[in-house]
Design a protein around this ligand. Structure first.
Ligand code: DGY
Length: 421
């Protein structure tokens, strides 16, 4: 496989559609929210203006209430379902009506920190800062109206870990759509054994239909949804992003804004601690419909490390990782490989994802478990050497799966320094 620095840059350039980067051609022909945040951290290593442009183009889709949607449909494409005609949102540039894990503030801080054009970076980050603040305020108001410190997701796609076995039980409460046609395009690009099932799509579309009928009004959605989960991944990523936003507020914000962000951080630190499970050796999501923890261990369960809130649990998390690695030769599988729902090839039910590995490794580093951090880095580098810049990888064989020439895999390889000339 040609996995040099130049090859990774070429993947980004080849998927540049004019200031925004598609995750991969055909399978995902638009701009995706958390993909773009990771991709900007790749661009910044070799083309600083292009990295800032990526973030600015993502924010062209931001709604008036602060939400940054999960897909921005900048230009028409006929290779993806569900397109803007299914979402039926009112934004001028068509967008989806849900969001995705908020990596954005973290990406802005990193781009600002590593940029060599200091004046240019300061100016662009300063202009973006109020949009980030609006987005974090939206999370608090729309997705934690009770002020619990944990935000809820209202669609499994918001987790970014779409068909994780962790969502099986809560998602089964969503009645599949009886009427809206499911015109899947994804299985025309990638083997059906690597993608979610048709039943999953019928429920995905049922939720979209419900929210479209509610006018995408966050309060009505929160009140009427049959699917409401506090995902540990989203909450950890948001907490980390709040810390990064606080650092940005130190340069561009006011005293009152810093106090507001610090208050949210304190609340969510304690709330995330309540997701820890000694039985599973990871943090677990909470089903907000029943109030119970969901007893399925996934790679998201390590992310409180990355948030810097895994107090007293880093050693136990390192042991969990070791246990999983005794079952599969490549880490970190997206689902506990001992779990009945583990499927090594099917999207978020088992495969390894480079972006998740990067976040977990950063967490282990910070929590002084360097052996775990280096192990994850070695596994990721070796997977990319075998499978190229694939969308995801089979943890049992190392095979590259899903979309090929995938931009966030290439970007993470650049940002993490996994490649050579
Ligand atoms: C898809 O279409 O599979 C995406 O993951 C949804 O965001």
């Amino acid at each position: 496989m040609n996995v040099t620095i130049e090859a990774a840059r070429s993947v980004l350039r080849a998927n540049d559609r004019g200031g925004y980067t598609v995750p991969t051609a055909r399978l995902y022909p638009y701009q995706w929210n958390w993909d773009s945040a990771f991709v900007a951290m790749g661009w910044i290593t070799f083309d600083e203006p292009r990295a800032w442009r990526e973030l600015e183009r993502l924010l062209e889709g931001q709604w008036d209430d602060g939400m940054v949607p999960h897909i921005i449909f900048h230009a028409p494409a006929d290779t993806y379902f569900p397109g803007p005609d299914v979402w039926r949102t009112a934004h001028t540039i068509p967008t989806s009506g849900i969001t995705q894990p908020p990596v954005l503030a973290t990406a802005v801080r990193r781009c600002l920190d590593v940029a060599t054009d200091r004046a240019g970076a300061e100016a662009r980050a300063a202009a973006i800062y109020p949009r980030l603040l609006a987005s974090h305020r939206w999370w608090a108001a729309a997705r934690d109206p009770g002020g619990t410190g944990l935000v809820g997701m209202l669609h499994p796609w918001e987790s970014g870990m779409d068909n994780s076995p962790a969502w099986d039980v809560p998602f089964a409460r969503v009645p599949p759509t009886p009427t809206t046609p499911i015109r899947r395009k994804d299985t025309g690009h990638v083997g059906a054994d690597m993608r979610p099932t048709d039943d999953f799509y019928r429920r995905v579309i049922a939720l979209i239909d419900l929210y479209a009928a509610l006018g995408w009004d966050p309060a009505r959605m929160w009140a009427q949804t049959p699917f409401k989960v506090a995902d540990v991944g989203i909450n950890a990523i948001l907490h980390r992003a709040e810390r990064d936003l606080l650092a940005l507020a130190g340069r561009f914000g006011t005293e009152a804004e810093r106090a507001e962000i610090a208050d949210r951080l304190e609340l969510s630190r304690d709330a995330i601690a309540g997701l820890w499970s000694w039985d599973h050796g990871v943090y677990l999501p909470r089903d907000l419909t029943t109030g119970e923890l969901i007893p399925v261990a996934t790679s998201a369960g390590f992310l409180p490390l990355y948030a810097g809130v895994a107090e007293g649990t880093a050693a136990a998390l390192a042991q969990t990782l070791q246990r999983w690695r005794m079952v599969v030769p490549f880490g970190v599988p997206s689902t506990d490989p001992n779990h009945a729902g583990f499927e090594p090839k099917r999207y978020w039910r088992g495969p390894v994802w480079a972006i998740v590995n990067w976040m977990i490794a950063q967490g282990f580093d910070a929590e002084t478990e360097p052996k775990a951090a280096w192990g994850i880095r070695d596994d990721t580098a070796s997977l990319i050497r075998r499978g190229g810049f694939a969308e995801y990888f089979d943890p049992t064989t190392g095979e590259g799966l899903g979309g090929g020439s995938f931009t966030w895999t290439a970007a993470v390889a650049l940002a993490w320094g996994l490649l050579e000339d």
